[in-house]
Design a binder for this molecule. Structure first.
Ligand code: AMP
Length: 632
């Protein structure tokens, strides 16, 4: 093992040689002629002239060595199903799905929208699209008609693949009525819908449009569908993500760059080995699901667990029981999930044999110190590794690359810039680079973005340039829209979104910083801080907190005392300037189904405004609580 600093430096200073070496980790039908073409910034083309196929690299190439090893392990605690597909089985299933798509006229470059729960067929669907060179667009199953309709309209799919229902807490959640409504709302109509009938919820197929998966599959048990070799720059998929405007952006990913980035990340970041097992608890509707439920582990020759269900059903030990049963080596989850587990019996963490587990990776939101410490202690000191990345990047920007050189994590920091990423902190006002320790700036990435990152926004190059590359004065750099500092050792600390910044009496404050401070109070389980308009100070911070033990908070006087106590913590840690004007106690916080706080909605209702689009919200009652609190 060499030094990480050298590894990273080479990825930037000797970029083409570095990535040419990484490109050897994947199979190419035609070798790339040029490693990176950055002649038209900020548009980067990786492995130009190369021809490859994502499905080939995830499935077919492993048949020679590991056809009978597990590839996909489907576990549903919703329907009590558990099934292991070997690489040979997966290869057969993917070809069956690909044959159905082919029958429906799907060819290279066509879009296929996937609106499915966490079932094995969703993985077959994604891989089948990749096999044909069709561009998939997975829409998270929790999205309702309106969100789905905007995505259908933007992606204009020839075919949609869906299912009768998802399931949550043992109850069927119908998908079909939402899909039918979305197609009605969308100006674009797909020619066909492939329906996987799980027989959870009855539905009526639309004649002439809907086809039954099981019936079609039966016709193609032995059909051979070869992989379509595509140019490295051919789009593999789009994935919609919301920004500051109402219209979601279709993040567009290439084929060759993405395959190489994931292939390289498995050993360097996750220390995954062929034949090992990867368990990522995300959903295929999110980027983490694309990269580390489906493509990454499979490209790496590992088995991947696709889990449908809650983390606490039948009890809070379910995930750890799977770690024991399937000898999971690499686990990947989100801090929110760990906070959910934190409320369960801690003995569940030590009930199972977790000796196979090397590390737990957490991503998607800031990993607060109390949560990190709790899980680290609970897992007897297993490595807990924070990953910082975005839908746009497809793989981590900041983390610890233990596969390159072992390094210590620092609580509260996702780590250092990952190889390939030329990360710079800049002053948002002047565009000046901040090179000193502990200076707060916007986290930006200098082009070319490394392989695997977004190529553009689907159908809108101009929006890609304008949104991401034109926000720092005088420079063409990619903005993450996150504030950060870097300490003297090169570790970054994320302080919150630049678009969530609050300004109290001329002082800029990250809501994240205040949340961290409040969370350090031993009786606070979770908190959201938002900036609320104030006539005197411009904005003030307002906190909505969940207490761990509510038994002493039964009356207004007790709540007031606790509020003052919490404010004192902020006073002492950050200064009175950061002290929230109010700390109000709630029993739940409004979040998206992926666990992200709906800060903007909280802020809106705290200011008495309309919260806007709430289609991604998990629990409407949580927001209502805040509405009611504000009124009183
Ligand atoms: P998404 O594209 O939905 O995954 O959201 C990406 C955003 O989530 C980032 O820009 C950050 O604001 C936040 N984020 C993701 N991972 C982390 C992390 N490990 N620590 C702090 N913030 C994170």
């Amino acid at each position: 093992m060499g030094s990480f600093a050298d590894f990273h430096a080479r990825s930037i200073n000797d970029r083409d040689a570095f990535w040419a070496e990484q490109a050897k980790r994947v199979d190419w039908k035609v070798q790339p002629q040029q490693i990176c073409d950055y002649s038209n910034p900020p548009f980067a083309k990786w492995f130009v002239g190369g021809e490859t196929n994502l499905c080939h690299n995830a499935v077919d190439r492993h048949l020679a060595e590991r056809a009978d090893q597990p590839a996909l392990i489907f576990v549903s605690t919703e329907t009590n199903q558990e099934k292991t597909y070997t690489y040979r089985d997966l290869h057969a299933e993917v070809q069956r799905m690909a044959a159905i798509l082919k029958d429906l006229g799907v060819v290279k470059g066509d879009r296929v929208l996937i609106y499915m729960p966490m079932i094995a067929e969703a993985a077959f669907a994604m891989l089948a699209c990749a096999r044909l060179g069709a561009i998939h667009s997975v829409v998270f199953g929790g999205f309702a008609s309106h969100s789905l309709a905007t995505r259908i309209e933007d992606a204009s799919p020839k075919v949609i693949i869906s299912a009768d229902a998802g399931s949550r807490g043992g109850k069927g959640v119908p998908y079909k009525p939402l899909l039918d409504e979305a197609i009605k709302l969308s100006a674009h109509k797909p020619a066909n819908v492939i329906m996987v009938d799980r027989q959870l919820v009855a539905f009526t197929p639309v004649a002439g449009r809907d086809v039954d998966y099981a019936t079609e599959r039966a016709k193609h048990m032995d059909t051979v569908v070869p992989c379509e070799w595509v140019e490295s720059t051919h789009p593999s998929y789009t994935l919609y993500t919301s920004g500051t405007t109402g219209k979601p952006k279709g993040v567009q990913r290439d084929t060759g760059g993405y395959t190489v980035a994931l292939a390289s990340s498995i050993p360097h970041i996750y220390q995954g080995k062929p034949g090992g097992t990867f368990f990522c608890t995300s959903d295929i509707g999110w980027v983490v699901g694309h990269s580390y439920i489906i493509y990454g582990p499979l490209i790496g020759g590992m088995a991947t667990i696709l889990y449908e269900g809650l983390p606490i059903r039948p009890d809070g030990g379910i995930w750890w029981s799977l770690v024991e049963k399937y000898k999971v080596n690499v686990m990947f989850s989100a801090p929110t999930a760990i906070r959910v587990l934190k409320k369960q019996d801690p003995a569940l963490l030590t009930k199972y044999d977790l000796s196979s587990l090397q590390a737990l990776f957490l991503a998607g939101e800031p990993l607060d110190e109390p949560t990190a410490k709790w899980i680290s202690e609970g897992l007897n000191g297993k490595a807990i590794i924070d990953n910082y990345w975005q839908t746009e990047t497809g793989w981590p920007i900041l983390t610890i690359c233990n596969g390159v050189e072992k390094a210590e994590s620092k609580f509260g920091s996702p780590g250092k810039a990952v190889y390939g990423y030329n990360v710079k902190l800049v002053d948002d006002q002047t565009g000046e680079e901040l090179t000193g320790a502990n200076q707060k700036g916007v986290l930006t990435i200098e082009g070319p973005l490394p392989p695997g990152n977004l190529q553009t926004i689907w159908g809108d190059d101009e929006r890609f340039v304008k949104t991401y590359w034109k926000t720092v004065p005088g420079k063409l750099v990619y903005s993450t829209f996150d504030w950060a500092v870097r300490d003297e050792d090169g570790y970054f600390f994320i302080l919150g979104r630049t678009d969530d910044v609050i300004n109290v009496a001329g002082h800029r404050l990250g809501t994240r910083e205040i949340e961290e401070s409040i969370s350090s109070h031993p009786n606070i389980a979770e908190v959201a801080v938002v900036g609320v308009a104030d006539q005197l100070k411009g904005q003030v911070a307002m906190a909505f907190a969940i207490a761990k033990d509510t038994s002493g908070l039964t009356d207004a006087a007790a709540r007031k005392t606790f509020e003052a106590e919490v404010m004192k913590v902020v006073d002492s840690q950050l200064g009175a300037v950061a002290r929230p004007s109010r700390v109000l106690f709630v029993t739940a916080l409004p979040k998206t189904r992926s666990g992200k706080l709906l800060r903007r909605a909280i802020q809106a209702v705290a200011e008495g405004r309309d919260p806007g689009d709430l289609t991604t919200m998990d629990d409407p009652a949580a927001l209502q609580q805040i509405v009611d609190l504000i009124k009183t």
